[in-house]
Design a binder for this molecule. Structure first.
Ligand code: FAD
Length: 287
């Protein structure tokens, strides 16, 4: 079992990982090898201490160099669920499970708001995880909204199971060409249905479906972690970055505005120290 699972590989996750490494904790860190799209995309960063006028690409390189020097590696897996199991956490990545005594959520924010009907039909036709729920749609018709090119392998997996896939790719140059995949170019507007999701509404057409998959870089925290308290769409935390779940901490954009690198780095550091204190405290109690 790991001491801490860090979920998200932006600045907040990196800061938490560096601090826990310095504190000699055994961590697993989930995310992307290139860290975060938001780091690479920034044109010029003018307000990060010590790195005057740095471009996002140079900042990304500086972070990757630092990780290499510190021997830190990201486990390239998308976390699909985090479950509080009383004394520890189960971290689900599709069909794989990892266990950790504490969790730090640094998942960033999804710029796009959930669609009308999306949250209402979770578990009743709306899913965020191809490997968890794909088999439920064998030989069925599904709509797939994919916001990141890096998740195209999940679209292909779904297409290998479903009879028909309506694919709405929300990124440039989608590269999926399969006989049972029809690309929809319209803007997604809503998920509709009765007891279950039955229709996906786009601005140019409506298609009848058995299910809808939302493949996104980040999902709403309360969907990822059942029982987690939110406040105004962000994870509710105190000054130690503690959430309402004992042993679960959060840092960075996912805890609220301002959405800034310096805030994310600072909060990642505080969350790491708080997780370290929690681990020490609970070790004492179990002696
Ligand atoms: C174009 C642009 C320019 C910007 N310029 C500036 C600037 O000049 N100055 C400034 O201070 N801020 C700037 N920002 C804001 C800054 O990028 C964010 O505040 C910062 O990236 C937040 O870091 P974070 O670690 O909280 O989240 P993010 O950087 O969003 O990282 C979260 C990471 O977690 C991953 N993740 C999410 N969910 C999961 C999951 N379930 N499993 C595995 N991985 C997951 C995501 O894929 C992502 O890689 C800019 C943002 C943009 C988009």
């Amino acid at each position: 079992m790991f001491d801490t699972a860090i979920i998200g590989s932006g600045v907040a996750g990196l800061s938490a990982a560096l601090t826990l490494k310095a504190l000699r904790r055994d961590i697993i860190w989930f995310g992307r090898r290139d860290l975060s799209e938001k780091i690479a995309r920034a044109e010029k960063i003018r307000n990060y201490p010590g790195l005057a006028q740095i471009s996002g690409a140079d900042m990304q390189k500086a972070f990757l160099d630092q990780m290499e020097r510190e021997g830190l590696a990201v486990t390239e897996k998308q976390v699909t669920g985090v479950y509080h199991l009383g004394t520890h956490f189960g971290v689900l990545c599709g069909q794989e499970t990892f266990e950790a005594r504490t969790v730090i959520l640094t998942t960033g924010v999804e710029a796009v708001k959930p669609l009308p009907g999306e949250l209402e039909f979770i578990g009743r036709g709306v899913s965020y995880c191809a490997t968890c729920d794909g088999f439920l749609y064998k030989d069925k018709t599904i709509a797939v909204l994919c916001t990141v090119k890096g998740l195209e392998h999940e679209v292909e997996y779904l297409a290998s199971l479903a009879k028909k896939v309506y694919l709405c790719a929300r990124y440039p140059d989608p590269a999926i060409s399969l006989p049972n995949v029809e690309t929809v170019t319209g803007r997604p507007l809503a998920v509709e249905g009765g007891v279950r999701a039955e229709r996906m509404v786009f601005d140019d057409r409506t298609v009848g479906v058995d299910g809808v998959f939302m493949l996104k870089a980040a999902v709403t925290p309360a969907v990822l972690v059942p029982g987690l308290e939110s406040e105004g769409g962000h994870i509710a935390v105190d000054r130690q970055m503690r959430t309402n779940l004992p042993g679960c901490f959060a840092a960075g954009d996912c805890t609220g505005r301002p959405y800034q690198y310096a805030k994310a780095a600072g909060e990642g550091n505080v969350a790491a120290h708080a997780a370290n204190a929690f681990l020490a405290e609970n070790k004492r109690e179990s002696l």
